[in-house]
Design a protein. Structure first.
Length: 74
């Protein structure tokens, strides 16, 4: 799950939890909204843990090399 999908789930869950006022039998829309917000937050945290801060990985020393290419001009 990416950042966009996580933010979408959080926003959809917030809309269902706080803005929708519908009475249904069998399930509670507010509870579904809270579940979607929690799923979005967990997905966002996992995305940040997996894909965040990639600059920490590496050897530490980077050497610049000059590349020259000789061309024959006809």
């Amino acid at each position: 799950m990416g950042i966009g999908a996580s933010v979408f789930l959080i926003a959809l869950g917030a809309i269902l939890a706080f803005a929708v006022d519908v009475s249904t039998s069998g399930f509670n829309i507010n509870t579904i909204g809270i579940i979607l917000m929690v799923a979005g937050a967990v997905g966002l945290a996992m995305t940040m843990l997996v894909f965040g801060r990639r600059d920490r990985v590496g050897t530490g020393v980077v050497e610049d090399r000059v590349v020259t290419r000789e061309r024959d001009v006809y």
